[in-house]
Design a protein around this ligand. Sequence first.
Ligand code: GLA
Length: 373
Amino acid sequence: MREIEERAARTYRDRFAEDPEMLASAPGRINLIGEHTDYNGGFVLPCAVSRRVAVAAGRGGDELYSANFGEARPMTGEKDSSWADYPRGVYRAISAAGGEITSLRAVFAGDVPLGSGLSSSAAIEAATALALDALFGLRMERRELAVLCQRAENEFVGVQSGIMDQYASLLCKEGAALLVDCRSLEAENVPLDLKGADLALLVCDTRVERGLADTGYNDRRAACERAARKLGVEQLRDAREEDLERLSGEELMRARHIVSENARVLEAVEALRARDFHELGRLMCASHASMRDDFEISTPELDAFVELAREAGALGARLTGAGFGGCAIALIQEDRTDALAQEVLRAFERRGLGEPAFYEFLPAAGAEIVTCS
Ligand code: GLA
């Protein structure tokens, strides 16, 4: 059992003086490549990180308790713009889809950094969904649960995010990335054996806070929809490179990122299958340049990390997630991660940028039921 799962179970026992009936956990994610393509019906290639949200749950009562925040909130309560909105939204979405949930008490504990772009929100949604499904014998498929988690986020929490994060948290496998076709919702695990190639993914959390709701996320989404309308296609997934000539200004820039990024995801999958990590790295760098110049979602901190990583010999580096702050990743020789982190710390200080945090990880397991009594 992972430490975070033990913590959720222990806190449950302390609070309710009995063992939880169900213990489940779900990871945060990074995205290797394919950014802002999900809501354009395109392709993404995320993988799960080793930081997770665990939930210990049982039937009876109406309580959600966060061990991180030390506070309890009712599951059936209205939206209150707190952490509890994520499990609440999932409860509502599952109920609306016909899943009968009579009562619940649940304790959450997590070590996914909050608001950093590693999708702590998808992790809490996915852990909740999996636990509810098992506890109430709903027998929903993971894909269906992921769609309901996204609905919770779109309709209850009020963030117009795509499907990537929930799919990643529920469907990723250890040692693999997950190729998702965000239109058909087909997903496939693609082996990502970094260890065998002496490589690692270093995550740099710039700790520049970003909230999806109050960033340019919704603006980007609207610009993509406008561009698709102008091109007469349902979604930018359907646009071809030669169509871009018919666009100009902001719409051209946004659409050019999406069209080229979709192609890069498919090329990255080919590179992974051929174990060509240099090609994967090249595609990651091209993706970053496209997000910086065309999609305009990078920041000086993210750009600085990518540049320093490349100077330090990383095969590739890019911002990951929604952008506007948050995290970047570097694909680098395993024995060079410490040196890169040290160099980034020094360079950020010299340049007057805030102190970042680092996490190193290998592609981890998706959501799991840990025990069920
Ligand atoms: C956030 C959203 C995802 C996706 C990414 C950008 O993480 O939740 O759906 O759009 O941004 O790729």
